[in-house]
Design a protein around this ligand. Structure first.
Ligand SMILES: [Zn+2]
Length: 252
């Protein structure tokens, strides 16, 4: 079976590579140039993340793999794998290596900014990247049942949910209740100057604190996750995605 970029599910070796290259040729010179940049290493990166790879990767390596993907994204060298071939490869079983808790913001799509493919990561998204009971339960599944080795809570710059929480926006019962969940974080952030969403430094400080808070809540609220962290089978980290630059920064 083949899971590489060529998209063919039969055969191995050069013939298949040639077919894949020819098909890339039909997509235009830009696609050919991207293919030439990566060579065989890119074909390996496009292989579906299987059970053996999941079993071998460590929690720290799982985080590093995400950051390597962000480096590709930043360099304009995202993999552009054959997603349909990957869908077929993981149709019977998924073995992702990581979970990401992100904001719903349209500019902060984890699969794109971490350059990950079908079957690679579990992603839960909600405005303000909050660790709700539903999301905690989802990650218990993703880690204990499905075997993912890392959880990254991904806050981001220019976050509307953070701004709304700072301004105590009244936007209807449901959304206001969501923003209220962030209020304790807002109150805990000590920052000189104007306490409004117009204060960019305050917005970014609260976004960082909120991501750290969610990461801590995931472990504090879940004996399942806490047990795996204590056993060295899982790492939970917070990070910030800079919308202006495309860079993800892990928070200490
Ligand atoms: Zn946001």
């Amino acid at each position: 079976m083949c899971n590489d970029c060529s998209g063919d599910n039969q055969g191995e070796g050069g013939g298949e590579s040639r077919r894949g290259f020819l098909r890339l040729g039909l997509m235009g010179a830009g696609a050919i140039a991207v293919s030439a940049l990566g060579g065989a290493a890119r074909a390996d990166e496009c292989m579906a993340f299987g059970a053996d790879a999941q079993g071998a990767i460590t929690p720290d390596q799982a985080v590093a793999k995400l950051m390597e993907g962000n480096a590709r994204f930043l360099a304009g060298q995202s993999l552009h794998c054959d997603l349909l071939a990957q869908a077929e490869a993981v149709a019977e079983k998924q073995t992702p290596f990581a979970c990401v808790l992100g904001c719903m913001d349209s500019r902060a799509a984890p699969e794109l900014i971490f350059d990950q493919q079908i079957g690679d990561i579990f992603v839960s998204r909600v405005a303000g990247n909050l660790a709700t009971p539903e999301i905690i339960g989802s990650f218990e599944y993703g880690t204990k049942v499905a075997g993912a080795k890392a959880i990254v809570v991904l806050g981001h710059s220019h976050c509307g949910a953070i701004k709304g929480a700072i301004d105590k926006a009244d936007v209807g019962a449901n959304l206001t209740a969501l923003l209220d969940e962030i209020e304790p974080v807002v109150l805990a952030v000590h920052h000189e100057g104007e306490r409004s969403s117009k204060n960019h430094e305050l917005v970014e400080a609260v976004a960082e604190a909120n991501a750290r808070d969610a990461a801590a809540k995931l472990v504090a609220a879940s004996p399942v996750l806490a047990e795996r962290v204590a056993a060295g089978e899982l790492v939970v980290v917070a990070a910030i995605y800079d919308i202006d630059t495309g860079a993800v920064r892990l928070l200490a």
